[in-house]
Design a protein around this ligand. Structure first.
Ligand SMILES: [Zn+2]
Length: 94
């Protein structure tokens, strides 16, 4: 078991081009992981958290991207309603 600290997100265009959503994350040492890799690691018992600008949050898996009619799966989130850096969607891109 390990705790991995995420400091950035990588985004991609959705299948229909209507928005950009998270493709994966980057950890503090610059390693990139896809959403599926993060979810597999969470399922294996590892802890994934964000730590940026004094904000920390634990990453959890969700089935789909939260945007309407987007079926990107699996998806990951922290505090999805937050406007701060404790929301995974608000991290700088890596
Ligand atoms: Zn999406």
């Amino acid at each position: 078991m390990a705790t991995l600290t995420v400091t950035g997100v990588r985004k991609e265009a959705s299948a229909d081009g209507s928005h950009r959503h998270i493709e994966g994350v980057c950890t503090a040492d610059g390693t990139h992981y896809t959403r599926s890799q993060v979810v597999d690691s969470i399922d294996a018992g590892n802890i994934w958290k964000t730590s940026v600008g004094g904000y920390e949050a634990t990453i959890r898996k969700v089935t789909y991207c939260p945007r309407p009619r987007c079926l990107a799966t699996p998806y990951i989130e922290t505090k999805a309603d937050s406007t701060k850096k404790d929301n995974l969607e608000n991290l700088d891109e890596c």
